[in-house]
Write a protein that binds this ligand. Structure first.
Ligand SMILES: Nc1nc2c(ncn2[C@@H]2O[C@H](COP(=O)(O)OP(=O)(O)OP(=O)(O)O)[C@@H](O)[C@H]2O)c(=O)[nH]1
Length: 278
C-alpha cells in the first residue's frame, strides 16, 4: 500500500542509505584475548605517537594490508573469514581451491584502512602453490581446530613455512583456535593452556574463537585490524624520520663542504694577492 501511495502522489523514491558497519569503525585499540598471551600492545588505547602522527598535515599513505590465513584443511579458516565478512556460517564443508580472497574496509581513527584477507587452502596438494601467496604478508593467522589437538602441531609448521616467505619484514602473528563451541568447558580450558604455551613459543597473540556461534570473531578481527594499522603507521613514521635525518645529515655535510671550498679559494686568493706563489 505505501508503494501505491507513493506512485499516486508521485513522491520520489527515498535514496538508499548505506550505514557504516559499526564493527569496522575503531577509535580505540581493542584489547587482546588475554593480556598474558600477547607479545603486542597491552595498552587500552593506541600509542600516543600514532595519534600525533595522524594529526600531522602529511597524512600516511595506507596500502591495503595483506593478511594470510594458514592451517590444516577443514580447521575453519574460511568459516572464520565468512563469519566476520558476511555474518554467515555454513556447516557443509567445501574445501578451498588454491586461495580465496576477501577485502574488508575499516575506518580507524577516521582513516580508511583495508584488510586483504588471503584464505589459503589447507589441503596438501595445494601446499606447493601456497608459498606464492605468502609473500609480503603483514599479518599471519596460524589456525588450528581446538577439537583436534594434532592440528595445533600442524599450525606451527604452517606458520614456519609462511615465515620463510616473509624474511624481509616482521609480520604480526596470531595463533587462533577455532570451533570452541565443540568443546566442554574442561576441554576448552585444557586446550587453551596447551595452545597458550605454543603461542608464547611462536611469539604469537592467542585467540580462541567459534565461527558457528560467533564467539570472539568480531573482537579478533577488530584487534587484528587495529594492531596492523598501528604497526604500519608507526613503521612509516620511523621510515620518514630516518629519511629526514639522512637528508639533514646530507645537507649539513654539503654546507660544510661549501664552506671549506669557499675558505680554501678565499685563502688562495688572499695568498695570490699577497704575492705568495705556493
Ligand atoms: N562446529 C563448528 N564447525 C565449524 C566451525 N568453523 C568451521 N566449522 C566447520 O568445519 C568445516 C571446515 O571449515 P572451513 O572453514 O571450510 O575450513 P578451512 O580451514 O577453510 O578448510 P580448507 O579450505 O580445506 O583449508 C566446515 O564443515 C565448517 O562448517 C566452528 O566454529 N564450529
Amino acid at each position: 500500500m505505501p508503494h501505491l501511495l507513493r506512485q499516486n502522489l508521485l513522491l520520489p523514491t527515498p535514496p538508499t542509505v548505506t550505514l557504516h558497519d559499526p564493527r569496522t569503525q575503531l577509535r580505540r585499540l581493542p584489547p587482546a584475548y588475554s593480556t598474558a598471551q600477547t607479545p603486542y600492545s597491552r595498552e587500552k588505547d593506541f600509542a600516543p605517537q600514532l595519534r600525533y602522527q595522524l594529526e600531522l598535515p602529511r597524512k600516511p599513505k595506507l596500502r591495503p594490508c595483506k593478511v594470510i590465513f594458514v592451517g590444516d584443511c577443514a580447521v575453519g579458516k574460511t568459516a572464520m573469514v565468512n563469519r566476520f565478512c558476511y555474518d554467515k556460517f555454513q556447516s557443509n564443508y567445501k574445501a578451498t581451491i588454491g586461495v580465496d580472497f576477501e577485502l574488508e574496509n575499516f575506518t580507524i581513527l577516521g582513516h580508511n584502512f583495508s584488510l586483504e584477507m588471503w584464505d589459503t587452502a589447507g589441503q596438501e596438494r595445494f601446499k606447493c602453490i601456497a608459498g606464492a601467496y605468502y609473500r609480503n604478508a603483514s599479518v599471519i593467522v596460524a589456525t588450528y581446530d581446538m577439537s583436534k589437538r594434532e592440528s595445533l602441531e600442524s599450525a606451527k609448521r604452517w606458520l614456519s613455512n609462511a615465515l620463510n616467505y616473509n624474511t624481509a619484514q616482521q609480520p604480526l602473528i596470531f595463533l587462533v583456535g577455532t570451533k570452541a563451541d565443540l568443546l566442554t568447558k574442561e576441554e576448552f580450558m585444557r586446550m587453551e593452556r596447551v595452545a597458550g604455551v605454543a603461542a608464547s613459543e611462536l611469539q604469537a597473540e592467542y585467540w580462541s574463537v567459534s565461527a558457528r556461534s560467533g564467539y570472539k570473531i568480531t573482537e579478533f578481527f577488530q584487534r587484528l585490524a587495529a594492531l596492523a594499522f598501528e604497526t604500519i603507521v608507526l613503521q612509516q613514521l620511523k621510515a620518514l624520520n630516518a629519511t629526514t635525518a639522512a637528508q639533514q645529515t646530507a645537507q649539513t655535510t654539503e654546507k660544510s663542504q661549501t664552506f671549506d671550498l669557499r675558505s680554501y679559494f678565499g685563502s688562495r686568493a688572499g695568498k695570490q694577492k699577497s704575492g705568495c706563489a705556493c
